[in-house]
Design a protein around this ligand. Structure first.
Ligand SMILES: Cc1cc2nc3c(=O)[nH]c(=O)nc-3n(C[C@H](O)[C@H](O)[C@H](O)COP(=O)(O)O)c2cc1C
Length: 254
């Protein structure tokens, strides 16, 4: 019933942006500056977008412990009270990803990789049945038709030269999101922020180089806003997502 109505009413959905901030620094953070510039350029082009912030320095995600792993591998109907709370937290983070049309990740280089908070975020969102599934052909991403912008900042230079092989940041973030099904990626880099002669202009140049894609290039089919879908068919998108997630969780295989 819902599928038929979704096809019939091709209503333009307001675009949602999820901005994932991972630097523990606030005032002096370079990646926040670059990520903010990406958001502002999207807003310049599309003033109606809705931006949701997930600031990992404010609401720290725990480091993965056994109780979390057990939760993720236990069917929802068998969850203890503690596991239900953990699952709710994890699926809440996943819902933000599902609802986003565009994801902007601030990804500063920390010890050749991402900040621990971003790694923890991936540990809580990489879940079979939610962000990916296994079928007869192997793993398959479940977050499709989304655009990812990575705002990368670093002291050294990794896009070229001898330190390229040390970059476990951008390839890693791309791989994780690619595994989730998000394959349309643009990377904006403010590199060499610790190198005299480069650091003075690196951020300015990175901001100038930001190019935002046309929305029409990010194909979205058959999704309505919560409000529109509730109004039209008395069935909210989040409830739809929840049922989908439950269905997928039941069908998952590891
Ligand atoms: C804890 C820490 C680790 C860092 N590790 C690296 C590194 O491995 N390579 C590098 O080029 N820069 C490194 N830097 C420099 C940062 O990548 C650079 O300052 C970046 O802009 C940090 O982003 P932020 O200001 O948003 O936190 C590190 C900085 C910090 C604070």
């Amino acid at each position: 019933m819902q599928i038929i109505l979704l096809k019939k009413f091709k209503i333009q959905k307001m675009k949602n942006i999820l901005h994932i901030i991972s630097s523990p620094r606030v005032e002096v953070s370079a990646s926040r500056k670059l990520g903010k510039a990406v958001i502002e350029k999207i807003q310049e082009k599309y003033p109606d977008v809705v931006v949701k912030e997930r600031d990992l320095s404010k609401d720290s995600i725990p480091i993965l412990e056994e109780v979390h792993i057990n939760t993720f591998f236990t069917p929802v109907e068998s969850h203890s009270q503690e596991q239900a709370a953990i699952n709710e937290y994890s699926t809440g983070l996943i819902s933000e990803l599902q609802e986003a049309d565009i994801i902007v990740v601030d990804s500063p280089m920390y010890n050749f990789s991402v900040p621990a908070s971003l790694r923890a975020y991936f540990d809580f969102t990489s879940r079979a049945g939610y962000t990916f599934k296994y079928d007869e052909n192997g793993p398959k991403g479940l977050l499709n038709n989304k655009k990812l912008y990575i705002a990368f900042t670093s002291g050294n230079i990794y896009s070229e030269g001898p330190y390229q092989v040390y970059d476990s940041n951008v390839p890693y973030v791309k791989n994780i999101f690619g595994f989730y099904g998000v394959t349309d990626v643009s990377v904006f880099r403010a590199e060499g922020l610790s190198i005299p002669g480069i650091q003075e202009t690196a951020m300015e140049k990175a901001i100038e180089a930001i190019i935002i894609d046309q929305f029409s290039d990010i194909t979205r089919k058959g999704r309505l806003t919560n409000l529109q879908s509730s109004f039209l068919i008395g069935f909210s998108q989040s409830r739809f997502d929840q049922l989908e997630m439950e269905k997928r969780a039941k069908a998952r295989s590891y």
